[in-house]
Ligand binder design. Structure first.
Ligand code: IVH
Length: 736
């Protein structure tokens, strides 16, 4: 299968675009969760931006493929469980970004063009640091702080009032007078370096957790269940904006923020008013010069149109104001040496090279590993053969420049060739799997004839690395989610020979004594390790074991509790390539039972054109069909599945159909622009009413609902004599 991630949008087929949108939605969602929910970013800001930009471009080129769960316009992840939800009356927005001076010029030019009819108008701007913390919205009623919330996904945040109250910079009562009767003050909660360092030291002394960076620590501190913990973290707050208010705080951004200061808030001392690009950029550099001395993280400078009237006129795009932009600082860099390149083998057999580095601090975080993606990347080329790092390859012993942008996963941006050791050899990817010895190959995409950039181990289930990873996946969150059977226990039971394939999980109870022994051995080993570190003798192992008998029963109960999984989880758990949670749900809906899916799978294997066996379904393209074929073509997979089905009975997927629905059982296609609801909502509604929603028009289509701008699908429907109705007619028919 080829890597589509570098294929120009214009060259994508519909199927490829769909796959890419799936990949991007997943990537963006994962990154959002890592960043906003778990406070542990996994990709760089620039990588994140690249994903969103590509997603937007594909959506624009293929509007009919926009996903139900499109990441467009979603600012962050949905709020974490545990705190009450707060719907922001005025959404908490994100900011467009500028990376270069030209981007800033463009921003100003866009403004000038927008207001061009307004001759003689002078647009003023504010410039202030972009603080790298968490935004919060503080509601003041009659000058009294009554509720505070996180940004969450921009629309709905979490009520963290009790925690925010512990922050000294947040006044419980506003000072002075003349504040609006009700106003939401917005700004950034952050942790200073000094406070971060002190916390790290306290934690190290008491054997507590390690803290990665101030931003994530501030985020974690705000989400504490116990406000006393938040209070102990000495967080700080800068006010820089506002949300819902009964009246404007002032006619300009600058004066509004000055009033916040008068009301008792801390505001950035580096905020200034400017009237030209030159002034803005000069201020950017002044702030950049002071960056290191500030004592807290900032990652750029925010420019905003000063006059509120102009802000209102210029308005918003999805999730962002047009009238503001964040001019980012360049990413932080450091130099280090590659000591070794190791290969990790993933669930689908992908060989992932990882560079082991001499530990190096980049922007306050120690980096020891960095992913090298694949052999093309190591060789200095991307998957289209275009040079990266000016074509410089990466070798063991090389001195390299590491970059970390916005507190996330580091990457190698350059190789210092002058420091290359004499005799250093180009890195050779192993041709066999380092774990199981099976050949590791680069597959060739049948359609494009191009080699995949990644090498994959062909050992499948013979390969212990793939087997373990598949088992880990099987019990993971979105899959069977078996409590108490995390990655660690899977490794343990796998190595002890207790679990080789998913079915074995469900017979563990029959091998209680062996399970017991494996757990006991690990405890012994851990105790020995602790002893080695602390020098203290072991004590009282007995009582720990007693507790573990109880633990075992719990584990077996948790396993039994998953003997009737939902069909979509079960399909996802199988770990078939290209079948993520969304696709698994589509397959569950389409086939209704695992028996039907297996039947279709086997039929596809025999069919000359597997696509013909497969009903035309929105969200399923040839990639998924090919993945199903290759899964069912492998007898080992079929046997493993059948053995699993002796232990587990997935629930059939039942659609709740309103019996009297006139569209029940009909195949419906939506095309063009829908005006009353989004396409995804329309789709969900049709499905609730028992209709099947397809992505393309064929002779099997019963109804085409065509909105304005309908194109080829409308024509096909007319040619095929399919009934075509408008959105209004659709609603009249389904009774809404
Ligand atoms: S203004 C309508 N000003 O950046 C504009 N945001 O990317 C709303 N941020 O969620 C934001 N410093 O967490 C603004 N001086 C500043 C900021 C700032 C940091 C953060 C904030 C926001 C994010 C947007």
């Amino acid at each position: 299968m080829s890597d589509l991630s570098h294929k120009p949008v214009a060259d994508l087929s519909e199927d490829e675009a769909r796959q890419e949108l799936e990949r991007l939605a997943k990537g963006i969602a994962t990154a959002n969760i890592a960043y906003h929910q778990n406070d542990a970013p996994e990709i760089t800001d620039a990588e994140f931006d690249a994903l969103t930009i590509r997603n937007g471009e594909i959506e624009e080129a293929f509007p009919e493929l926009v996903r139900t769960d499109t990441p467009t316009g979603k600012v962050g992840a949905a709020p974490a469980e545990g705190f009450a939800k707060v719907r922001h009356a005025v959404p908490m927005l994100s900011l467009a970004k500028a990376y270069t001076d030209e981007d800033v010029v463009d921003f100003i030019e866009r403004g000038r063009r927008f207001f061009q009819k307004d001759e003689g108008l002078e647009i003023a701007f504010t410039a202030e640091p972009k603080i790298d913390g968490l935004s919060a919205s503080l509601l003041y009623e009659d000058g009294v702080f009554v509720r505070g919330a996180t940004r969450g996904d921009g629309a709905v945040g979490e009520d963290i009032t009790a925690n925010l109250r512990t922050i000294a910079d947040i006044p419980h009562k506003l000072k002075g007078s003349g504040w609006p009767r009700s106003i939401e003050i917005r700004g950034e909660v952050y942790m200073s370096y000094a406070e971060f360092q002190a916390l790290k030291e306290r934690s190290a002394a008491s054997g507590g957790q390690d803290y990665v960076n101030p931003r994530n620590t501030a985020a974690g501190s705000l989400r504490q269940k116990d406000p006393a913990v938040t209070a102990s973290r000495n967080l700080q707050f800068f006010a820089y904006a506002w949300g819902a208010t009964t009246e404007d705080p002032a006619p300009t951004q600058y004066d509004a923020v000055q009033r916040f200061a008068a009301w008792g808030f801390k505001i950035s001392p580096l905020m200034e008013r400017a009237r030209s690009v030159e002034e803005l950029i000069a201020h950017y550099h002044r702030i950049e010069e002071q960056r290191a001395a500030l004592g807290y993280d900032i990652d750029g400078v925010v420019y905003k149109v000063d006059q509120l009237e102009l802000q209102r006129r210029w308005g918003f795009v999805t999730g962002e104001p047009r009238w503001a932009i964040a001019h980012k600082f360049p990413a932080e860099r450091a130099t280090t040496v590659i000591r070794d390149i190791e290969i990790q083998v993933g669930r689908t057999g992908t060989l992932a090279p990882v560079a082991r580095l001499d530990p190096v601090s980049v922007g306050g975080v120690t980096v020891v590993n960095v992913t090298l993606h694949n052999e093309d990347y190591i060789g200095g080329r991307d998957s289209n053969g275009m040079p990266i790092r000016e074509g410089k390859d990466i070798r063991v012993g090389d001195t390299v420049v590491i970059q970390r942008a916005g507190d996330v996963i580091p990457q190698i941006v350059d190789v210092v060739i002058e420091k290359r050791l004499a005799g250093a050899q180009p890195y050779q990817m192993p041709q066999t799997c380092p774990v199981c010895g099976s050949p590791a190959v680069r597959e060739v995409n049948e359609k494009t004839g191009k080699e995949d950039s990644r090498r994959r181990c062909t050992g499948e289930m013979i390969c212990p690395a793939q087997a373990v990873e598949s088992l880990r996946h099987f019990v993971s969150r979105g899959a069977l989610d078996i409590e108490g059977l995390g990655a660690e226990n899977i490794d343990l039971f796998f190595n002890a020979g207790l679990i080789r394939s998913p079915a074995d999980i469900f017979t563990l109870r029959d091998r209680r004594a062996e399970v017991q022994r494996a757990l006991a051995e690990r405890r012994e080993e851990q105790a020995r390790a602790r002893e080695a570190v602390s020098g203290k003798a072991r004590k009282n192992v007995r009582s720990v074991e007693d507790r573990n008998y109880e633990g075992l029963d719990k584990l077996f109960a948790a396993i039994d509790a998953r003997r009737n999984p939902e069909l979509d989880r079960f399909i996802f758990a199988l770990g078939i390539r290209h079948i993520g949670e969304t696709t698994a749900a589509v397959l569950a809906r389409t086939f209704g039972s695992i028996g039907k899916l297996e039947e279709a799978g086997k039929e596809m294997v025999k069919a000359e054109d597997p696509m013909s066996v497969f009903p035309s379904v929105d969200g399923i393209g040839s990639t998924v069909v090919e993945a199903l074929v290759s899964f069912f073509a492998n007898q080992r997979n079929v046997d493993a599945l059948d053995r699993l089905l002796e232990q587990v009975t997935p629930q059939d997927y039942v659609v709740t159909i309103s019996a009297d629905s006139v569209v029940a059982g009909k195949t419906v296609v939506f095309t063009g622009t829908l005006e009353k609801m989004s396409r995804s909502e329309a789709k969900a509604m049709a499905e609730r009413l028992g209709a099947k929603v397809a992505g393309s028009v064929s002779a099997k289509t019963d109804i085409l609902v065509a909105g304005p701008g309908a194109g080829s699908k409308l024509k096909t429907a007319q040619d095929l004599g399919v009934e075509v109705i408008s959105e209004d007619e659709w609603f009249a028919r389904v009774g809404r």
